[in-house]
Design a protein around this ligand. Sequence first.
Ligand SMILES: [Zn+2]
Length: 242
Amino acid sequence: MSVERLAELVRARQPCVVLTGAGISTESGIPDFRSPTGIWAQVDPMEVASIDAFLADPEKVWEFYGRRLDALAAAEPNDGHRALAELEERGWVRAVITQNIDRLHERAGSRELVEVHGSIRTASCLDCGEVVPFDEVVRLLPLPRCPRCGRVLKPDVVMFGELLDEATIARAAELAVEAALLLVVGSSLEVYPVAGLPAETLAAGGSLAIVNRDETQYDARASVRIRAGAGETLRAVAELLR
Ligand SMILES: [Zn+2]
């Protein structure tokens, strides 16, 4: 029933902008961060994923990222990623804003993509500015160094203690304001400034739909609320809109 309502909402409220979090990628075997079984339950993000940790001990940070890159390189897009790419192709989805760094939206075929926390697509040298693509970074593991100057590369993901890229978050906010429907998928909406995007949509007169297994602070203000997996839900919505 809720899936039908969600499909109706997507049909009626255009443009639809999608906001995704870790919950869409767990079905690809990628652990999330904040759940009890998530990554941050096992390691302290300040020790392995903060800019201070990277500057103090890049080797330790790469020990963590190297394992993640291996897992991410082996992961495949799932039904949720593929359904969103199909919905975009058919004109039902204007853009996908994602908190994920895993490239799975891109690999599924999403084109209008705003990656607010950066991406593992590249790593950069903080000294000379050299940018190294993912495949080469993986080859350079366990400790990828700049091919030009030898400094340890930094993954182009937003680390704790770093600000989000200004132009990227501005684009996300612009999309949230323009959205007649903001469809949140697999995000617990806890991490700002992304967690503030639904408020921007609502303030501008748009509607909110949420597909997430856990509660979020916006549940009471959502027009549709589905507590189920992203893959099955989005696949069903895409089928209804064919
Ligand atoms: Zn360099």
